[in-house]
Write a new protein. Structure first.
Length: 475
């Protein structure tokens, strides 16, 4: 019997919503732990059917190994973000039970996005997760920056929705169906692909690029990352990116695999522009969250290179990179979340000065994370970038590999600048002591993971290669 994880998660959400009004003391903490329990149980149902392949709800959604694997990653990253929320000192406006519940709604939307097998089901899933993210970004009502970031994100998100619907309507007008299988069949039957079909796909790619922060559609990212509460920025930079990449992969490889020559050029442009803007834009940043926004843009560009060939090896490399990207980002934001002065969160790069003198172990762990993000061997970030570059070179895209290496060298500058500030600059202002032992333990685990991946890279290669098979079995 198949127990669909999204349905179980939705039932769990309704149960928590029902009992929340009856919890009077520390409601946000208790609801947070209830949410973690629901996520853990959902993870069990996801992994139970990880080798299953079945189309459900009249073909609107599909259950397969690829989707189940990425759902598992989304649940792990979202669970860690909720745990971060529970163990750190948050501002008072965030200490409400609704916070965990809204994250739960967003997770449901992301999991549905990963399984979407129809443009209509994809649209509804995207809107579900987007509406939850709009609320999260503007969650801190007393902070005008959070409200401003929420409005900006909502406007850009609404624009993305309109563009997606317009592209989908063009495709429906030509194909007569929004089902991925029917679109694929239509394209294989054509001697020449109608130009309006390609135009429709371009609109959909633009919409998804806005959601994934790919340049030149990245304009909202630095402002929203900076204005949103730091715990929300942590969530924004992790799980939603995995969900949108799952959509991009499933959409381009399966229904639009016939026109890889056309969409491959668009992905190359998005990849190059993201790497260049992401690496150059971060050089003059003084705020850590804005710097992390440009870092995300740069990583997104790097990951998109693996999508260009549309091959099984490329998708395998992307899956591995996403795992490493999540561990690096979660580690970096865990340090930023704990950077406080007089119990107020601070995010200036200057505030990292001299961190090594007060917190040597924490500083060493953060340095490992930063070196990994820069792609310094033999850390996880280097392994991820090497795999993507191998795919690009194997497909004779040498110009793309050269640009990737050059932008990585530029990006390494601002990561190493942070390390220099941590270890060699005199303290400007003393931070509160990092007394949170759970944060130290988690950061140690994340940095150790990035440090030891070189010992067992074959495990990730075999794991991601096996889950990618289910995606290509559809073709």
């Amino acid at each position: 019997m198949i127990i669909i994880p999204e349905i179980f998660l939705s039932i769990g959400f309704l149960l928590i919503l029902f009992i929340t009004p009856f919890i009077k003391i520390n409601a946000h903490v208790k609801v947070g732990y209830f949410t973690l329990l629901i996520i853990f149980l959902t993870q069990f149902f996801v992994l139970k059917d990880i080798f299953l392949f079945e189309e459900i709800f009249n073909g609107f959604f599909v259950i397969d190994s690829f989707g189940s694997f990425l759902k598992s990653i989304i649940l792990i990253s979202a669970g860690l973000v909720i745990y971060f929320y529970l163990i750190i000192k948050n501002e008072k406006s965030l200490l409400r039970p609704e916070f965990s519940l809204v994250i739960l709604i967003s997770i449901i939307g992301m999991m549905l996005m990963v399984s979407a097998n129809n443009l209509l089901s994809l649209f509804l899933s995207m809107e579900l997760q987007s509406l939850a993210l709009y609320i999260l970004v503007s969650f801190s009502r007393e902070d005008i920056n959070s409200s401003e970031a929420g409005v900006k994100y909502f406007v850009i998100g609404s624009l993305s929705t309109c563009i997606f619907l317009f592209g989908s309507s063009l495709i429906y007008g030509l194909v007569g169906s929004t089902d991925f299988s029917n679109i694929s069949q239509f394209m294989s039957d054509q001697y020449s692909i109608p130009i309006m079909l390609i135009v429709g796909l371009i609109f959909i790619l633009v919409s998804l690029s806005l959601k994934i922060s790919a340049a030149p559609f990245h304009m909202w990212t630095p402002d929203v990352y900076q204005g949103a509460p730091t715990i929300v920025t942590t969530f924004l930079s992790t799980a939603p990116k995995v969900a949108v990449f799952a959509v991009l992969i499933r959409l381009l490889v399966f229904p639009f695999g016939e026109i890889i020559v056309d969409w491959g050029k668009i992905v190359i442009i998005l990849s190059i522009s993201s790497m260049i803007i992401g690496s150059l834009g971060a050089l003059k940043q003084t705020d850590l969250k804005r710097l992390m926004a440009y870092s995300t843009i740069n990583h997104i560009g790097f990951i998109m290179m693996g999508l260009v060939p549309g091959s099984e090896d490329g998708i395998t490399a992307i899956s591995i990179y996403l795992i490493f990207y999540l561990t690096m980002n979660l580690g970096a934001f865990l340090v930023i979340l704990n950077m406080q002065r007089d119990q107020i969160n601070v995010t200036s790069i200057k505030d990292l000065s001299g961190l090594y003198k007060n917190e040597p172990i924490l500083a060493a762990c953060f340095a490992v994370i930063l070196f990994s993000m820069a792609g310094i061997p033999p850390l996880a970030g280097f392994i991820g970038k090497l795999l993507i570059l191998n795919i690009v070179i194997d497909n004779n895209l040498f110009f793309l590999a050269i640009i990737a290496v050059l932008t990585s060298v530029i990006a390494a500058f601002y990561y190493i600048r942070l390390v220099k500030s941590i270890f060699f600059d005199p303290p400007v202002h003393d931070l509160d002591n990092f007394s949170n032992s759970q944060s130290k333990f988690l950061l140690s685990i994340l940095s150790l993971f990035n440090l030891t991946v070189i010992l067992y890279p074959q495990f990730f290669l075999n794991l991601c290669a096996s889950i990618t098979l289910s995606l290509f079995a559809l073709k």
